[in-house]
Design a protein around this ligand. Structure first.
Ligand code: BG6
Length: 486
């Protein structure tokens, strides 16, 4: 019998993401036969009580997606079990070991990372780290390189690297995988994918929500460590990496880690020019007043809720092509996108002005709220004018397979893909130790540069795209952030 153990099985991540994902996998017939799912947490409750809580979390979510199926639920229910444990204590884990027996076990740690080191030690002592066991670690692992290594060393004492699955849920998003398909499943893009044709790359992750009640966690991290160290650097790696020889986990991750190693270090002298830190103040969103971060926090804090960075990749392919990244809370829109901005035509035969400006081509990979990949190209304005006029059009690459009018397939939760892969032992979409290490090293240097140069957060209005300096970061170089209507 194979088992999936959810440590922290009654917590927020499990109820909001993991169990709904498992329900959807069940509904789509993707769960392995005989698989047991065991919630393991501290609270003393019966399996029936636990199952009732799971249903409360899953049903509304499934209904909202118009995907509630009572039969699928019964199948999931039959797999569910619960055990009250103190995961940091090997003795307390023994009944769990007895329950899962000698089959394959995938354990998901959906608990505070401060407990990881103690939990893996107890798991090893209880026989839950044998060769047929895997462990899935949710971010954040560590707060900097040193604390990451401390936790990860403890993990390495109990598990071999090929048993460890470090989650970055962005890698489970459909469009992120589509980016790999686009780059390496086509011949037309690769010859353009370099510093001869690409002017720059933008990666934007905008969120409209504020930090709210999450401040005790967030205040220690800020946007740099909460979002950029992981999600955004992963996106950057997928855009910038060399073609791997195949899709094997190590082939892909070898290429990603090379990108991280090529990131130019940001020094205190450079920090002011290439980075921006911001924090939202109180204001209004949709006509309603919203608190500033300091008010949510309850006292003044210099934690950034917005960060923008110009990163340079020092290798042959990308020399001279800046990668601009920005992410923040309380932004104007919830929007995640990667923009590949191509260079201008070498010479315009259309002149300038009345015939329509030739706009430089742009490939936009949208992850949220819509999933789409589109290419902007110039086209002739229809008509019989003697002098040809141009207009930009956007070609969407999402048309196709199902036809333009077919309803889009249900948007999967990123964890669906990742849970499935972890249970199948495929770590391609998970972060290897050296990747996480290298990402922390670079981010630590940014944080040190901020301290060294005494760079403070700048205020920004909720509902904006961050402080003005974020625009200057690009406009100084003659460029602009992509806006919705471009
Ligand atoms: C998490 C961060 O990793 O990602 C959160 O800790 C952030 O602060 C979230 O809100 C964003 O995820 P998504 O999938 O909604 O873009």
């Amino acid at each position: 019998m194979a088992a999936l153990v959810l440590f922290g099985g009654g917590g927020d991540l499990a109820m909001r993401m993991l169990l709904p994902s498992l329900y959807f996998l069940e509904r789509d017939g993707l769960m392995a036969e005989g698989l047991k799912i065991i919630g393991a947490a501290r609270s003393e409750e019966t399996a029936e009580e636990y199952v009732a809580k799971v249903r409360e979390a899953v049903q509304p979510r499934a209904e909202a997606a118009d995907a509630w199926d009572a039969e699928a639920w019964s199948r999931l229910e039959a797999r569910l079990d619960y055990l009250a444990v103190d995961a940091t204590d090997a003795e307390s884990l023994k009944p769990l070991k007895a329950k899962v027996g000698d089959g394959e076990v995938t354990s998901f740690l959906a608990v505070s990372p401060s407990l990881y080191a103690r939990i893996v030690k107890a798991m090893k002592a209880a026989g839950l780290a044998e060769r047929n066991c895997r462990i899935v670690l949710e971010k954040p692992v560590g707060r900097d390189l040193a604390s990451f290594l401390e936790i990860d060393d403890a993990v390495a004492e109990a598990f071999r690297e090929d048993q460890v699955f470090r989650i970055d849920h962005y890698l489970g998003k459909e469009t992120v995988q589509n980016l790999i398909a686009l780059r390496f499943g086509n011949v037309v893009f690769e010859p353009l994918w370099n510093n001869l044709i690409v002017d720059h790359v933008q990666i934007t992750v905008g969120e409209t929500v504020g930090v709210g009640d999450r401040w005790p966690y967030y205040d220690e991290y800020g946007a740099l460590k909460d979002m950029l160290q992981n999600h955004m650097l992963q996106l950057l790696c997928l855009v910038a990496m060399e073609p791997p020889s195949d899709l094997d986990p190590d082939s892909v991750r070898n290429e990603k880690v090379k990108v991280l190693r090529s990131l130019r270090r940001i020094t205190p002298e450079e920090a002011e020019r290439v980075t921006v830190r911001g924090q939202y103040v109180a204001g209004e969103v949709d006509g309603k007043p919203v608190k500033g971060y300091d008010e949510e926090r309850g006292e003044p804090s210099d934690t950034e809720t917005f960060v923008a960075i110009r990163a340079d990749i020092d290798n042959w392919r990308w020399a001279g092509v800046p990668f601009f990244m920005r992410t923040g809370k309380r932004m104007a829109e919830k929007r995640t996108e990667i923009v590949i901005q191509f260079k201008a035509v070498p010479h315009s035969i259309f002149g300038h002005g009345e015939r329509g400006q030739v706009q430089d081509n742009r490939l936009i990979i949208e992850l949220q709220p819509d999933e789409d990949i589109s290419l902007s190209v110039m086209n002739k304005k229809p008509g019989l004018e003697q002098r040809m006029k141009l207009q930009p059009i956007k070609m969407s690459l999402s048309w196709g397979v199902d036809g333009k009018d077919a309803p889009p397939p249900r948007r999967r939760i990123a964890y669906e893909r990742l849970l499935l892969d972890a249970m199948n032992g495929d770590s391609t979409l998970f972060v290897r130790r050296d990747e996480a290490e290298q990402a922390w090293r670079w981010v630590d240097e940014v944080a040190e540069a901020w301290t060294g140069a005494d760079i403070k957060t700048e205020d920004y209005q909720p509902g904006s795209w961050g402080p003005e300096s974020a625009d200057l970061l690009l406009s100084r170089t003659g460029r602009q952030w992509n806006t919705r209507n471009d």
